[in-house]
Design a protein around this ligand. Structure first.
Ligand code: FAD
Length: 497
């Protein structure tokens, strides 16, 4: 409530925020977490907490009246549909040159993501976080993050026979026939649960196409891992449907944090102000960058340095589909959790997830989300005319990603005698180059902050999320975000408390 004083306030409940809150609570500190999205702990009228990918409803999108599905078309026809405005789970946030997809709710991106939990190859780490000691990361913090997240790998024998991974086996066969290594990708899915789904003994979740709009059963989102541990400490308060709008130094020391309480229509119902000794920005790459850029430009935190808002990248995300021959069916039932990728990072700067198309029908398509070595970096800036934060990314900046992805798929198409699908992102459009699932950067480690996430200019303000990472992780990012947060919070607890 208004006027309260808290030792630590954490903005956001995704990976970075959850690591910070758990470790601080375990060190004996009382923590208050503020989350703009919903709690996602109550079933809707259909008895389920989350909507299905094939039937999006108001729960699916953050304050939209029409869905904005990443795959916007099928057989060239637009598939988006009207929904009622609601504080739903997936935010398709539109900037000038890119749509950035993000999770909204307690658990952040863990609510909506594909659960692929990948530790980068050690040889690539120097390019990902150049100021961080790789030995410490690979000996201590990556293992700690993997354990905390419940990362595990599919049973390879089951993979060979499961109907729901026919699409991945086709992807593997075609990759290998073109000379590319196919690697299993670890995940946070409960594989025993998926086996039971396949056997028909439990409600279907991954096998019912649940991804993007939440997963009702088998995926270990943060709610089942870090946040369950956070709740068990009894030292953390979580306030959903509360949005931080300002952080500024308080007269008597610490910081005044201004928070809007919102209803499920997104309208503000109350404005509160609390003081906190320490504030952790964990609102995600976009959320933290927008807050910091605004607070610097509008005079609330003028001493933040000129690195604020810079170094933003899209992790080189680009999507595409390939049309398969009739004898290479990818299957009617496709597990929504991808479990393998094509690794051409060293030679072509591309790591392609063999992704599902969980439509419930045979599509004769293979679908891929490729992570590429795209060198372009954008900047967030304050727009005084609109009182909003802009992002300088241009759609044409995806060309290096397309070129990198083509090092894999042009070769596969040639070897297989197949072609790209042109009907998934519009009419006669091959590349899904308008979006990212992996925003990174905006408050880069050792630039906007010191080498542990302490913001320059203000003691007691920290960044602890994906905005610390300068634009690319070479693989899916949440394990690296979690491991870096584990590293930084350990130092902060030891040195700053
Ligand atoms: P987030 O998880 O984004 O958490 C930030 C939280 O802060 C959010 O809950 C947000 O609502 C809240 N917030 C923002 N602003 C405010 C404010 N002003 N006040 C209060 N709260 C605020 N990564 C992988 O590694 N593997 C995958 O398989 C994968 N698949 C993905 C699929 C999709 C569809 C998407 C969208 C992402 C996927 N990702 C995946 C990316 C991954 O989810 C993100 O990188 C990760 O969640 C980022 O963690 P974070 O801690 O930086 O922030």
């Amino acid at each position: 409530s208004s006027g309260t004083h808290v030792p630590v306030l954490v903005i956001g409940t995704g990976y970075g925020g959850s690591v910070a809150a758990l470790r601080l609570a375990q060190a004996g500190v009382d923590v208050h977490m503020i989350e703009m999205g919903m709690a996602w702990d109550t079933p809707g009228p259909d008895g389920k907490i989350f909507a299905n990918t094939t039937q999006p409803d108001n729960r699916s999108y953050w304050l939209r009246t029409k869905t904005k599905q990443p795959l916007s078309n099928f057989l060239g026809f637009p598939i988006d549909k009207a929904v009622s405005r609601y504080t739903g789970i997936l935010d398709a946030e539109e900037f000038g040159g890119i749509t950035v997809y993000q999770g909204r709710g307690v658990g952040g991106g863990s609510l909506v993501n594909g659960g692929m939990a990948v530790t980068p190859k050690r040889e690539n780490f120097g390019a990902i976080l150049p100021s961080v000691n790789a030995d410490e990361m690979y000996n201590i913090y990556y293992p700690r993050a993997n354990a905390g997240l419940g990362v595990n790998t599919i049973d390879p024998a089951w993979f060979e026979t499961a109907e729901c991974y026919q699409y991945a086996r086709v992807g593997r066969k075609q990759a290998q026939r073109s000379g590319f290594p196919f690697v299993f990708v670890p995940t946070v899915y409960d594989w025993d649960y998926m086996k039971q789904e396949a056997a028909g003994t439990v409600p279907r979740s991954a096998l019912d196409g649940e991804i993007l709009y939440g997963n009702n059963y088998g995926k270990k989102s943060l709610a089942k891992t870090y946040i369950a541990q956070i709740k068990a400490t009894g030292k953390v308060t979580i306030s959903p449907l509360h949005k931080v709008t300002s952080v500024a130094p308080a007269a008597g020391g610490g910081y005044t944090v201004v928070i809007d309480q919102i209803d499920t229509n997104g309208d503000t119902t109350a404005t509160k102000s609390v003081t906190a000794d320490k504030v952790f920005f964990a609102a995600g790459s976009v959320g933290t960058s927008k807050l910091l850029v605004t607070l610097k430009a509008t005079g609330a935190l003028p001493r933040l340095n000129d690195e604020i808002g810079k170094g933003w990248g899209d992790n080189g995300n680009v999507m595409c589909g390939r049309a398969n021959h009739l004898w290479d069916q990818t299957g009617r039932v496709q597990a929504s959790i991808p479990t393998g990728g094509i690794d051409n990072w060293a030679n072509g700067g591309a790591f392609a997830e063999v992704a599902p198309l969980p439509t419930g029908i045979e599509t004769y398509a293979s679908f891929y989300l490729t992570i590429t070595k795209n060198p372009n970096r954008a900047e967030f800036s304050w727009n005084a005319a609109t009182s909003k934060v802009d992002l300088s990314w241009q759609t044409s900046w995806k060309q290096p990603s397309i070129d990198a992805a083509k090092t894999i798929f042009d070769k596969i198409n040639k070897a297989e005698g197949t072609i790209y699908r042109t009907d998934l992102f519009g009419t006669y459009k091959i590349w899904g180059d308008h979006l990212t699932y992996h925003p990174l950067g905006g408050a880069v480690l050792n630039k906007a902050t010191d080498n542990y996430g302490r913001l320059h200019g203000y003691s007691g303000l920290y960044v602890i999320d994906g905005s610390l990472i300068p634009g690319n992780t070479s693989v899916n990012p949440f394990v690296t975000i979690t491991a870096l947060a584990e590293r930084n919070i350990e130092e902060i607890i030891a040195a700053d408390l």
